[in-house]
Design a protein around this ligand. Structure first.
Ligand code: SF4
Length: 385
């Protein structure tokens, strides 16, 4: 390939997406695909961090379209999938208590713990409710003062600010019957863990745009510098993902390792200051266990001492019981990009969305669910070479 074609990286993405119907424009997609194909001189391994990006890639066959140029590795950015079994078990125990109204986002209800799931508690008469915001749970606590209302606070830096705000609202209102079961996780330490894992072959990252909308981009600069790895902040539509891939491939071909923002319509370097302030006031950084992966230092958020009275695990005395994962579920390998979902022996047979063995088959952002929904029994996309 002529050098002048390979170094045209700054110009070829070209199209700026402004309107909804442009996000999937076939002509623009073809231009981006053509540029990646013309630029890549070898096959590069790129990890998309977020499960939402995984679904876009699998749904639109982006991995198949670029199979010869890029190996897309699915990352650990599915909040439901990485919530540890031990926390699911605590949630099930809490939800079964007669005085508790347990509130959760809907996709947590079918995630299997070692002693069942929240749907099972609900079926047995437990007061388990699906809410769309932590503030719904605060409103419930206000309207039902005789009930202990617990919100299941899981997810990344995207959902944590709303939980922080709910705790602040509950504190200002003096609500003694509201608490949160916290299992929040942070993306940057997970990227570091992937890079430090033995045998890691990931050469570049698509960072999760929505996380950066909240947190900004500064946290990724040290990772880029330490590991000499390109990180491109990327959105979720097909053209967003293609543009992110294009920019990573350009950097790799030119021997550059930089932090780049390909999602400027939503992400600024400083993120959302109000959301970050709420996070800093209500939470503090802690070590966190990721389901199937293990403990990652400083990868979680827990309530800061000033708000520790809202911690449901402490209030009700439910501590971890050392739960053991199903030996058949290979979610840890899927979440670290070590295998593709169809390589799990249970995929599509003993593990389906109706009868999941592991969380990645349950969640709307889970890689196993994406393959089952869009690709069924087909194997991972491989280079023909
Ligand atoms: S297919 Fe099911 S059993 Fe296999 S890794 Fe995915 S969630 Fe676990």
């Amino acid at each position: 390939m002529p050098q002048d074609e390979r170094t045209a990286c700054g110009q070829a993405g070209g199209s700026v997406v402004r309107y909804l119907d442009e996000f999937g424009d076939p002509a623009a997609a073809e231009r981006l695909l053509a540029h990646v194909r013309a630029t890549a001189t070898r096959r590069w391994s790129i990890m998309e961090v977020c499960g939402g990006q995984t679904h876009t890639i699998v749904r639109h066959g982006i991995d198949a379209l670029l199979a010869e140029q890029v190996r897309l590795v699915h990352g650990p950015g599915c909040p439901v999938c990485v919530t540890p079994l031990e926390i699911i078990d605590r949630a099930v125990t809490l939800a079964a208590r007669p005085e508790v109204t347990f509130c959760s986002f809907g996709d947590m209800l079918r995630v299997p713990g070692s002693t069942g799931d929240l749907f099972g508690v609900k079926a047995r008469g437990g007061d388990v409710r699906v809410v769309y915001s932590p503030l719904d749970a605060v409103a419930l606590a206000r309207s039902e003062p005789d009930r202990q209302v617990v919100f299941f606070a899981i997810g990344f830096e995207t959902t944590a600010p709303a939980v922080a705000m709910a705790v602040q609202v509950a504190a200002r209102a003096g609500l003694g019957n509201f608490s949160v079961l916290v299992s929040h996780v942070r993306v940057p330490p997970a990227i570091e863990a992937v890079l430090r894992a033995p045998g890691c072959g990931v050469q570049g990252f698509l960072a999760a745009g929505h996380v950066c909308t909240v947190m900004g981009t500064a946290e990724y600069e040290p990772i880029v510098a330490r590991h000499r790895v390109p990180i491109v902040v990327t959105g979720f539509e097909p053209l967003d993902v293609l543009e992110g891939i294009r920019r990573v491939v350009c950097q790799l071909e030119e021997g550059r390792a930089e932090l780049d923002n390909a999602y400027p319509r939503a992400v600024s370097p400083e993120g959302n200051p109000a959301a970050r302030a709420a996070l800093a006031e209500v939470f503090e950084v802690c070590d966190r266990t990721w389901r199937g992966i293990g403990t990652i230092p400083r990868s979680g958020l827990q309530l800061a001492p000033a708000y520790a009275r809202f911690d449901a695990a402490t209030r009700f005395g439910v501590e971890g019981a050392g739960a053991v994962e199903s030996s058949r579920c290979r979610a840890g390998e899927v979440l670290q990009g070590l295998i593709s979902p169809p390589e799990c022996e249970a995929f599509g047979t003993d593990c389906t969305p109706a009868h999941p063995l592991g969380a990645p088959m349950v969640s709307a952002e889970g890689a196993c669910a994406a393959y089952h929904r869009y690709r069924r029994r087909e194997g991972p996309v491989r280079s023909p070479s």
